[in-house]
Design a protein around this ligand. Structure first.
Ligand code: ADP
Ligand code: MG
Length: 696
């Protein structure tokens, strides 16, 4: 890289430095106060801020602005307006008013609303989120916004997230106040999302209709080599990939995104990028931008970035580890310190999180439920569909001693001596890592690992924030009234761990024993997304969100509807794609090959009557059987697919796709995948798994 990172970092972001430099002192103070306290902006300063933003953006080459939002499609949306405003009949000036900055109005009728908004009430509003910095990208000033209907219901992922952050901050403040923190005005929720992805050569990608239409391969026999040698994980980067990653880093740094770590992942052609954590809403916006840049920059290198949870069967899928913590006045509230047994505030917060995750296991599961993620969760490479918490040996022992009243012997942090004189001796971590846990404590943060690689992380964080806020609310209600605070806290911690300890599990989450043990403990095991969605509107969930003001019942119902609708749409597209590929590509390829070998056999016999034709006959027989199986499977799939599509109710439709259409898709795939290894490679119409994963 020829440019210095410090020079390019955040160059395209209207961040705090730019604001301080460009805004009048009073306006700057008012705006930063708005951001720091999460309050509404003073409308009188809006014009000044808008004008400064516009001047800065124009200097960066912008001609347009857009309210950037997160409709319930899972991707972001934007509509660009030019800054121009006519003066007289043949001149324009560049203008941008406070009103245009603060809110916008747009036609919302084509975004999913889950029945919240009838099509005739098409108006939707976008409202500026000043806490997430505006930025310039491709000649447009992007203003991160929330999106709601004419009647004020949230039509996006960001609004509930912002509400949940506010609720959690308020309830967490009540807790830290009880422990003598009089300074903090707000408790910050920090999130760092590690993003996994696959890379494929664009030329191969273009020849795979399944990747183009659905983001994953719907057919494909395993390559001779998979990930069994474990030679890809952390392996040296291929030149082309390294060049892509370097450009990606530079682009992200320019956008003020702290891209920090990059490495090869477990599966061939799989990689990961982790940023430095940020406040939750910023982390969400930045993760969405990161995904967008991954795709865009890959194209520049003749590559395609696959963000699907399971692009290839038989090797690891991609997830997004959502690291989450709480900070008050710069202090990480999830840092146990050297002696966690004496850190009562930490233990209370830990108890609150354990209670939250146990009580709302189903919501945690729903927040990551997505047709794509179903192929990953529980597939022996990602956490199972059962939600549990890993706390590590030391905390586990501590919790046991608290609940059972036994003595706690603090785990000694041993020194690590490798016996090599030149390598310094260092202190070991108190706990080893556990890779199989869906929700793991990793020293001073929790890592929620069930999130799918393609998903917006807003919902998982909204659920986590709200559930923990509810625990805090209940705790604060008790403790604020307590006469003997110390005794009350001790009792609360003990009772909470005793009641919710069942969710804590430090063993191997991939094992069959765990599934049985979890059932014995009464933990929920919602195997498919559809199973999970069905529990969304349970009374306790509606009560949680509506009582804390994060989502109303109507807003939840609309999301439930969209969950089912989306699921059905995704499987529908996959089924149709399979039908097209099998009918038009695979069956004809098998027919061509059969004709070729039948021809060979016939010719052989004309030349020499008794020449053995075992090879031709065996292949012909097997291929003919498989081709018939494929043909019949297409017929059945077509019939069930159209039956599924005609089910009127969204929930029943999703169920139909899940229980009836998916099994037929596997049936078709099995036949075709076996044909693939029989047909001559020059006749096979698409790149194989080996081509796609190893020839990047
Ligand atoms: P690992 O997952 O291997 O333990 P790191 O410790 O580097 O890796 O952290 C992974 C991710 O967690 C990074 O994105 C990092 O910024 C984020 N992270 C670290 N501390 C916090 C925190 N206090 N809150 C939220 N995320 C955090
Ligand atoms: Mg991690």
């Amino acid at each position: 890289m020829d440019k210095k990172i410090s020079e390019i970092f955040g160059a395209m972001v209207f961040n705090d430095d730019v604001m301080r430099e460009r805004l009048p002192k009073e306006v700057y103070k008012s705006l930063t106060k708005t951001i720091a306290t999460g309050r509404t902006i003073d409308p009188s300063i809006a014009d000044v801020v808008a004008n400064a933003m516009k001047d800065w953006a124009v200097e960066k080459g912008a001609t347009h602005y857009t309210h950037w939002f997160q409709p319930l499609t899972g991707v972001t949306a934007e509509k660009h307006d030019a800054f121009i405003s006519p003066v007289g009949s043949c001149k324009v000036v560049m203008e941008f008013s406070g009103k245009e900055l603060i809110h916008g109005e747009s036609d919302a009728s084509s975004f999913p609303s889950g029945g919240l908004r009838a099509t005739f009430e098409a108006r939707g509003y976008t409202a500026w989120d000043p806490a997430s910095y505006a930025f310039v990208k491709d000649g447009t000033l992007y203003i991160p916004t929330a999106f709601c209907s004419y009647t004020g219901e949230a039509l996006d992922s960001k609004t509930p997230l912002l509400r949940s952050m506010d609720v959690l901050s308020n309830q967490a403040l009540r807790i830290v106040r009880l422990f003598g923190d009089t300074q903090s005005k707000r408790v910050d929720i920090t999130v760092g999302a590690e993003q996994e992805y696959f890379i494929i050569d664009k030329k191969m990608y273009d020849r795979r209709k399944d990747l183009v239409y659905t983001g994953r391969t719907l057919f494909g026999a395993p390559a001779p080599k998979g990930q069994e040698l474990e030679d890809h994980y952390f392996g040296p980067l291929k030149t082309r990939i390294a060049a892509f990653m370097s450009d990606l880093d530079e682009a992200l740094w320019t956008m003020g995104i702290n891209a920090k770590t990059k490495h090869n992942e477990a599966a061939p052609a799989q990689h990961e990028l982790a940023p430095i954590f940020a406040t939750a809403n910023i982390a969400v916006d930045q993760n969405l931008l990161t995904m967008e840049y991954m795709k865009k920059i890959a194209e520049r290198h003749g590559l395609v970035c696959l963000l699907h949870e399971k692009p290839y069967a038989g090797v690891n899928g991609s997830g997004k580890h959502n690291n989450w913590s709480l900070t008050a006045t710069g202090k990480n509230l999830l840092d146990p310190g050297k002696t966690p047994e004496e850190n009562v505030q930490f233990l209370l917060i830990l108890a609150a999180i354990v209670k939250a995750v146990d009580t709302y296991q189903d919501l945690m599961r729903i927040s990551v439920a997505h047709a794509g993620n179903d192929h990953r969760l529980g597939a022996n490479e990602a956490p199972p569909a059962i939600v549990s918490i890993f706390v590590g040996e030391e905390l586990n022992a501590l919790i046991d001693s608290l609940v059972d009243g036994t003595a706690y012997k603090g785990a000694k942090r041993a020194m690590m001596d490798l016996g090599i004189p030149t390598v310094p001796v260092f202190r070991k971590d108190t706990t080893d890592r556990n890779r199989t846990s869906p929700f793991a404590f990793t020293g001073n943060k929790f890592e929620f690992r069930m999130v799918g690689s393609s998903q917006n992380i807003a919902m998982p964080n909204t659920v986590l924030n709200t559930a923990v806020a509810e625990s805090f609310r209940q705790f604060a209600d008790v403790l604020e009234k307590a006469k003997d605070f110390d005794a009350a806290v001790a009792k609360l911690i003990k009772e909470t761990f005793a009641a919710h300890r069942r969710i804590i599990f430090d063993g191997n989450g991939y094992s069959d024993e765990w599934e049985k043990e979890a059932a014995r403990r009464g933990l929920s095991n919602l195997r498919t997304s559809v199973d999970a969605y069905k529990t969304f509107m349970d009374e306790k969930n509606v009560k949680l969100f509506s009582s804390l003001g994060v989502m109303s019942e109507a807003e939840m119902r609309s999301r439930e509807e969209i969950y089912f609708e989306n699921y059905a749409k995704i499987v529908n597209i996959e089924a149709l794609t399979m039908i097209v590929m099998a009918s038009r590509d695979y069956i004809p390829a098998a027919e061509r090959y059969m004709a070729q070998i039948a021809d060979t056999a016939a010719k052989k016999r004309t030349v020499c009557k008794d020449l053995p034709c075992t090879v031709e006959e065996d292949i012909l027989r097997r291929l003919s059987t498989l081709n018939t199986q494929a043909y019949e499977a297409i017929g059945k799939l077509k019939a069930e697919e159209s039956r599924a599509a005609s089910v009127a109710d969204a929930k029943e439709r999703a169920e139909y796709y899940c229980s009836k259409v998916l099994p037929l898709m596997s049936e078709l795939r099995t036949a075709v995948d076996e044909m693939e290894v029989l047909v001559s490679s020059d006749l096979w119409p698409v790149p194989t798994y080996g081509d796609m994963m190893f020839r990047v």
